[in-house]
Ligand binder design. Structure first.
Ligand code: ADP
Length: 410
């Protein structure tokens, strides 16, 4: 037996209690992970566990987005803000990308001298990265993303760290899949709940309309109710399908140059009859010579139509809708401003939530409460965002902020 080998064996034996302790901790963590259904809480728990188990300075978790074909930081042991979460980490030129694409773990002793190291990562995670150990998050039939730990606190990363991180990743991938499935079943439950109101109205009307003693005008009123409830169910079905597809990532976005001015004019023609019925005027202020954005024209059209429909639906008679398009820094700003009832400040943070409707407006108008959630998801898929400002009894302005041609859907 060589002295080198026996030294290694002695070190393995003396390390045994430490290893056992760390495996015992891994088991404890694994059982905690299965009970977590909220995705953000779960991901945070995973990175904290990765840092603890590998005794490193920090850890982060990236998930793959099939729509944009990039990885995105979803959790880190340090703080991560929304903008950082939206920074795309290229799959072809980063360490995380290499791990993801090759589906293999990777240890990089000196990140700075590795050509794959994507330097923006240090800015994002607030680390001075020396070494990185990363493993893929493998679910049954696909790779979900990557877990990385950086800078071993004492010494360098060893085989034991890799084994522990791989075992954690296996548990983590199952927990992430579970949480996603749970969120989907949650969506189904919410949808079914939303169907109850129009269905109850329809059932009641269908029942009443059979009464022989009804006057003609009562019968006509009931049949109008039935018609509008059926229409409402129809709209809901379309919206349900859209939000389910968008949230599950089953829709792929095309990338094509889109001239927003042309798109605005097309959408205004579509909603003009609705506006005229309410005597609402439509106006535009459009900066000339704007560059096209790179995006999915049909989806952007859906987004804009949702904003315009709301601007009419929640406006007053003889009101106005103003659409503006202008350049600001490296963004294009597209605003839809109305002169309607406005949105109370306490409701503003919730209007993009799916199924949320401002309570005071619910009775007067028909809607699924999904239009803005759909619009916001489309905006985010273009690396953009929709913001809202509103003054009660004066009106609301919804603004889509889109990055310029180079950065939209990269
Ligand atoms: P809905 O199908 O109910 O219109 P949305 O998701 O499009 O659903 O909008 C959510 C809620 O936000 C609406 O129910 C309404 O209360 C409020 N809202 C949206 N747009 C406007 C607007 N332009 N003015 C006032 N309130 C609005």
């Amino acid at each position: 037996m060589s002295s080198d080998r026996s030294a290694r064996e002695i070190s393995a034996i003396t390390n045994y209690p430490r290893l056992l302790k760390r495996y015992a901790r891994l088991l404890e963590i694994a059982s905690e992970l299965v009970s977590m259904l909220d995705l953000n809480t779960l991901l945070q728990h995973i990175v904290d566990a990765a840092q603890e188990l590998t005794e490193s300075e920090g850890a982060s978790l990236l998930l793959y987005d099939p729509q944009t074909h990039h990885l995105y930081f979803q959790a880190a042991t340090g703080p991560l803000n929304e903008q950082e979460k939206q920074t795309a980490i290229p799959a072809e030129s980063s360490i995380a990308g290499w791990i993801f694409t090759n589906n293999e773990p990777l240890l990089v002793e000196d990140a700075m001298s590795d050509p794959r190291f994507f330097r923006e990562v240090d800015v994002l995670t607030h680390f001075k990265t020396r070494s990185i150990l990363g493993v893929p998050l493998l679910a049954k039939d696909k790779t979900l993303g990557v877990i990385e730990v950086v800078n071993k606190l004492k010494g360098t990363f060893e085989e034991m760290d890799l084994r522990l991180l791989q075992s954690l990743a296996a548990q983590a991938a199952i927990a992430i899949e579970n949480s996603r499935l749970f969120q989907q079943s949650d969506l189904v439950a919410e949808m079914v709940h939303e169907l109850r109101t129009p269905l109850a109205a329809l059932t009641a009307a269908a029942h009443l309309i059979q009464r022989p003693e009804l006057e003609d005008d009562q019968r006509e009123k009931l049949s109008r109710t039935m018609y509008s409830e059926v229409q409402r169910l129809n709209e809901m079905a379309t919206d349900f399908l859209d939000i389910a597809r968008l949230e599950s990532g089953r829709i792929s976005f095309v990338r094509e140059p889109v001239h927003l001015e042309g798109l605005i004019r097309e959408c205004l023609e579509i909603i003009r009859p609705q506006a005229e019925a309410e005597r609402i005027t439509l106006a535009t202020e459009i900066d000339r010579s704007l560059e096209p954005v790179l995006g999915d024209r049909n989806r952007l059209k859906q987004l804009l139509l949702n904003l315009l429909t709301n601007a009419i639906k929640y406006n007053r008679q003889r009101g106005q809708v103003l659409v503006t398009l202008r350049n600001k820094g490296d963004e294009l700003l597209l605003s839809v401003k109305d002169t309607g009832k406005g949105i109370p400040p306490e409701s503003l943070p919730r209007v993009f939530d799916r199924f949320y409707r401002v309570p005071a407006q619910e009775s007067g108008t028909v809607g699924s409460g999904l239009g803005l959630a759909i619009a916001q998801t489309i905006a985010k898929n273009h690396h953009g965002i929709i913001e809202v400002e509103s003054v009660l009894d004066q009106g609301s302005t919804f603004t889509l902020r889109l990055p310029h041609v180079k950065s939209a859907i990269s």
